[in-house]
Structures are given as C-alpha cells and as structure tokens.
Ligand binder design. Structure first.
Ligand SMILES: Nc1ncnc2c1ncn2[C@@H]1O[C@H](COP(=O)(O)O)[C@@H](OP(=O)(O)O)[C@H]1O
Ligand SMILES: [Mg+2]
Length: 282
C-alpha cells in the first residue's frame, strides 16, 4: 500500500467529523437537551460518544497514527510517542454553549506534522456548516438534516479593512482582550463560542481573534489549519508561530497553548507603504 497523502487523511477526517457531528447533534436536539442544562452529564456523554466514533474511524484507516484526543488525555491516555505526524481531536468544543442551548459548538480534527497543523476539519452541526483546510485550500460546505453534504465552496480570509471586526470568546472573556482591542479601530466585537472564531475569519466574516489566556492544542489546531489554508495566520503575541506537540515544558501542562492572535490576510497596502517608506528614506 502506498503511503497516505494529505488528501487521504483529509477525506477520512471529514467523514469522521461529519459522523461525530451527527452524534453530538442528536444529544443536543434530543430529549437530553433539557437535562443537559441541569447536570452536565449529557455533555460528557456526547463528548465521549463522539470521541469514540472519531478514534475508531481514524484508527481503522490509519492504525499506526497516534491520536491525541481531549477526553482520552483527561483519562490519562497519552500516546507514548507522537512521531512527526499525529491527529489532534476535540470532539465537542464550546461545551458551555452546548449546555446553554446555543449553536456555537464544534467537532474538531487536525493533522499535525512537525509541529504544524497542516490539515483541519471544523464541523458546527447545529449550523449545518462544515469547514476544512489543507495546503490545497480552505473550503466550506453545508450539511443537510440527514447528513447530506452540499458542494464544497472555496473560502478566503480578507485583508484587514480600516475598521476591523473582532471575534472573541463568549464564555471565557478576559479584560486583557479589551485592553488588546483598545489599540485597534473596531467596527464591532462579536462574541462567538468554540473554534468557529477561526472559521469566521477564514471565510472573511471577521478580521481578528485575540486569545489572551490559556487554551489547549485540541481547541485550536483544526481551526488554525483552516485559517492558514484560507490565507490567515495564528501567532503568539510576539509574532512567532504557534506550534503544536508542546510537551515537557516546565510549569505548563502538556499540549497547553500560550496566548495567541488569529488574523486574516496580511494587508498588501501596508506592505506597499512599508516599501514606499523604505524607498523615501533611502
Ligand atoms: N481560560 C481558559 N482556560 C481553559 N480553557 C479555555 C479557556 N478559554 C477557552 N478555553 C477552551 O477553549 C475552548 C473554546 O472556548 P471559547 O469558546 O470560550 O473560546 C473551550 O473548549 P471546550 O468547550 O472543549 O472545553 C474552552 O474550554
Ligand atoms: Mg475545546
């Protein structure tokens, strides 16, 4: 058998995310919905059922690939060796929104290669929106009530306009975010739950997502891959790349992310101004 390429990985990741999304949505829309608000158990059930389905689908097709998944890590199941390529899975991101009956929750599957999220799938089943990205491009498709998939449409991040649209956490907001945004000209600040924030920038609906505070790698890897494929970027506050497979860092939990900024496309006129400035100084 020939070695799998990115298209092979992505096709399996999309199928797995679509199936897991259907499972999560059944919990969200089913009779569990009312109970979810009182005790957190259906969230956990949805989380675990979706993760089990994803792991099974990934392992069946790629038995040798390590899988790092949120619930498994919580149970202490960490792959001993990650190698240069592994999957990162968050079966239900945006759990607070899920419990509150809001639509902003997602299934996330990413493929990380040498610390870089090279391919990712984010499925928001309540919105019937599925996003995916790889070096071949970023795409969005709509799903039907019975899991039918519409045509995949290419998406692209936009260059920052003068007044920007910021997307921020709905459930984990910090005043540091306000301080950061105070330095920008804003059209609006839109609270969005889950990894959908990356996707809204990837499809040109928003310009910046500042995350001042901790997240885990499975919260961000798939959205990061999609945004990068759409022409955007995700960097640490100092502008260095946000890398993955972070383990054994003193004082940090394994797979914890530092603060980061996600943005759309670099502004070509800003680069032009810099070049013009450089010329005029010469
Ligand atoms: N300050 C914080 N500490 C830990 N996790 C955080 C966090 N802020 C956000 N997250 C995680 O990032 C994900 C998206 O959060 P948000 O929608 O607020 O941006 C959530 O994942 P889960 O829903 O999978 O737990 C949440 O737990
Ligand atoms: Mg999460």
């Amino acid at each position: 058998m020939t070695a799998p390429n990115l298209d092979d990985f992505l096709a399996t990741m999309i199928d797995a995310a679509a199936d897991a999304g259907a499972i999560v949505l059944a919990f969200f829309e089913g009779e569990c919905a009312a109970r979810a608000k009182r005790d957190g158990s259906p969230v956990t059930e949805a989380d675990r059922a979706a993760e089990t389905a994803i792991e099974r689908a990934l392992r069946e097709r790629f038995p040798d690939m390590p899988v790092v998944a949120e619930e498994a890590i919580a149970d202490g199941h960490v792959p001993p060796v990650l190698g240069e390529r592994f999957f990162l899975v968050d079966p239900l991101d945006g759990t607070k929104e899920f419990v509150a009956g809001l639509y902003d929750f997602t299934v996330n599957i990413a493929l990380v290669e040498d610390g870089v999220p090279v391919a990712g799938v984010v499925f928001a089943p309540a919105y019937r929106e599925l996003f995916y990205g790889s070096p071949a491009g970023a795409f969005k498709l709509r799903t039907g009530d019975r899991g039918e998939r519409g045509e995949a449409v290419p998406i692209a991040a936009r260059a920052e306009p003068e007044a920007i649209i910021a997307v921020v956490s709905r459930s984990h907001y910090s005043t540091d975010t306000d301080d950061f945004l105070a330095g920008h000209t804003l059209e609006s600040v839109v609270p969005v739950g889950s990894s959908l924030k990356f996707c809204r920038i990837a499809e040109g609906m928003a310009d910046i997502y500042p995350k001042l505070g901790r997240t885990m790698e499975w919260d961000t890897a798939a959205g990061h891959a999609i945004l990068a494929a759409a022409g955007g970027s995700v960097t640490r506050i100092d502008g260095s790349p946000l890398v993955y497979a972070k383990r054994g860092v003193e004082g940090e939990a394994d797979f914890a992310n530092p603060s980061f900024i996600a943005r759309g496309r670099p502004d070509p006129t800003a680069a032009g101004e810099m070049r013009a400035g450089a010329r005029s100084r010469a």
